[in-house]
Design a protein around this ligand. Structure first.
Ligand SMILES: [Ca+2]
Ligand SMILES: [Ca+2]
Ligand SMILES: [Ca+2]
Length: 234
């Protein structure tokens, strides 16, 4: 019985620390991305010409998370992402410029790659969440995980991702979300550049917030026009 009580209180402690987790880290306060609900989902083909991306604000990958310094070297790397949601899916568009792309190497650690974290239940700890390592130019479809599609275009300079999140993607809900680029130049890791606040490093166990926002009514019946159909008319 005592054992059970002890176990219960340990569990309670864990739940409480998870629940207040996002308040622990001051750097991450007021740092979030608002993913907006859209009436037409983008086509996940790697090309960012879907009309839906035009009105969406980008967030920059400009924090070096090995040193904790602000990333300044735009010749070496620049990157940004946008995100929207629709019908239980989160869509992410990524733009990358790298002075030296390292693709299709025999070893993953020699490849330029994106690292994404998705914490659907907003625990804000990196230990128990989905982590995706996506080498530049490597496409995936129908993955077993919640990341269902990965598509690249423009020689690895643009990428689109689709996550199946079900009811987690609903108005005003918040998830933990991390995105960074591991820049390998000359066969060696040079930098890890993330979307993160100033002073943030990879040792930080907490993730920034991504909030599902909706200016349009998520339940209104929308006439679904796929951008792919529009594209074929041109
Ligand atoms: Ca597209
Ligand atoms: Ca580079
Ligand atoms: Ca590189």
């Amino acid at each position: 019985m005592l054992k059970q009580i002890l176990l219960m209180s340990v569990l309670m402690l864990i739940v409480v620390s998870f629940a207040t987790g996002h308040l622990i880290d001051e750097k991450l306060e007021n740092f979030q991305y608002n993913a907006e609900l859209v009436s037409v989902a983008p086509i996940v083909d790697g090309y960012l010409d879907d009309p839906v991306w035009e009105d969406i604000l980008p967030a920059k990958l400009n924090q070096e998370i090995i040193t904790g310094q602000k990333w300044q070297d735009e010749y070496d790397f620049t990157g940004s992402f946008k995100a929207v949601w629709r019908s239980g899916f989160l869509y992410v568009a990524i733009k990358i410029q790298d002075d030296q792309f390292e693709k299709h190497q025999s070893k993953l650690f020699r490849e330029d790659r994106l690292i994404l974290y998705v914490d659907e239940y907003h625990f804000h700890g990196k230990d128990d969440m989905h982590r995706y390592e996506i080498p530049v130019g490597i496409e995936e479809n129908a993955l077993k995980s919640s990341l269902t599609s990965v598509a690249w275009a423009n020689d690895g300079q643009t990428c689109e991702l689709r996550f199946r999140l079900g009811s987690v993607a609903s108005k005003d809900n918040t998830i933990g979300f991390g995105i960074s680029y591991t820049d390998v130049d000359n066969g060696q890791i040079q930098n890890k550049i993330a979307w993160a606040p100033h002073d943030y490093t990879q040792e930080n166990p907490y993730l920034p917030d991504l909030v599902f926002t909706a200016r349009i009514n998520p339940n209104a019946q929308q006439k679904l026009i796929r951008w792919g159909q529009i594209k074929r008319l041109y």
